[in-house]
Design a protein around this ligand. Structure first.
Ligand code: PHE
Length: 336
């Protein structure tokens, strides 16, 4: 019996050391330690049937053999793993300097990003600089400084995602890029000419509304500014951005931070027919807003407008469902 154990151990260790891969090793492991007919198990099971005086020595030898074979298997797994890793290093090596031309498709900017960059370019030519904002905003910049009192009904239209976390209580995902009027004026001295494109959040969601969308804000503060300046700047920009035959009309509307407040419609060709389409809000900046940022409304005045970027791009390319911009469907995105 002792000799049998010795031979079993030797042959096992020999097989183990020549196992070329993990599958072979796994099979060997089963052969010796399999639950049903593992060779080591068979021996251990046979011990109680031996003569009592033999049991001690055989049991001891069997247990030593068991440990040795187990250790042999563990070592071999380790060596095989190391070899596998070393091979991976060679077989999966990536040459980052290899040119990709002709081998992979080149990505490009999303149509919304392209339009925002075009806006920056066109307004840049008209003397406007770009001011970048934050998507998480405090109540003061999103509402209060813009002349929305805490219980102002106009907040309802823009009711949004309030952050409940203790530390950020009172913060919102901003509902409009108009917060940048405040942030920029707080930090700079007039005159101002800025645009600020970015993400905003509201609770609505359908074919023409998404809970996250993009706006572009424009603010011009100087001396003796009038709605005629607003009309000229907007028309010049839109004729370059969308189409040379765009026309504009203003309708009276209400936003707490402008007076008068306007809804802006653009005359555009849709499916071959001319149509007035609402494209955003605008107005002359309310004196209270200027006071809130310590700009003297008796010296300075100006206009602001805010447009939805998705809406503009939909108009420009005839996109019917706004959600297409966010579905990452390459068949849609590749058309731009
Ligand atoms: N912030 C307004 C909105 O999102 C639009 C607006 C901007 C109106 C600037 C007037 C002036 O509805």
């Amino acid at each position: 019996m002792l000799q049998q154990i010795d031979e079993l151990e030797k042959s096992a260790l020999k097989k183990i050391s020549s196992a070329e891969n993990e599958e072979i090793l796994k099979a060997i492991e089963l052969e010796y330690f399999g639950r049903k007919s593992g060779k080591i198990g068979e021996i251990l099971k046979a011990i109680p049937t031996l003569e009592p005086k033999e049991r001690g020595a055989v049991g001891k030898a069997a247990n030593i053999a068991k440990k040795n074979v187990e250790a042999g298997i563990a070592d071999r797994y380790f060596v095989l793993e190391e070899e596998k890793m070393a091979n991976l290093e060679i077989s999966e090596k990536i040459d980052v300097t290899e040119p990709s031309i002709g081998k992979t498709e080149k990505g490009k900017r999303h149509p919304l990003s392209v339009f925002m960059l075009e806006c920056e370019h066109v307004f840049g030519k008209l003397g406007f600089e770009v001011a970048e904002g934050f998507e998480i905003e405090d109540d003061f910049h999103n509402f209060e400084a813009l002349n929305f009192t805490p219980d102002h009904p106009a907040r309802e239209m823009q009711d949004t995602f309030f952050i409940e976390n203790e530390e950020l209580k009172g913060y919102v995902l901003r509902t409009q890029t108009s917060d940048m009027q405040i942030r920029f004026m707080e930090e700079n001295k007039p005159p101002y000419r800025i645009i600020s494109p970015g993400k905003v959040y509201r609770k609505d969601s359908d074919a023409t509304h998404s809970p996250m969308f993009h706006q572009i804000e424009c603010l011009m503060i100087d001396k003796n500014i009038s709605l005629a300046n607003l009309r000229f700047i907007l028309l010049t920009a839109l004729r370059e951005l969308i189409s040379p035959d765009v026309d504009l009309r203003f309708r009276l509307s209400y936003f707490p931070f402008v007076e008068p407040g306007l809804e802006v419609d653009a005359l555009l060709k849709v499916d071959g027919k001319e149509k007035w389409l609402e494209i955003g809000g605008a107005g002359m900046v309310h004196p209270n807003v200027l006071k809130n940022v310590n700009v003297d409304p008796d010296i300075w005045n100006g206009f602001a407008f805010g447009f939805g970027i998705e809406r503009m791009v939909m108009i420009k390319y005839g996109v019917k469902d706004l959600r297409a911009f966010f579905e990452n469907d390459l068949r849609f995105l590749k058309q731009f």
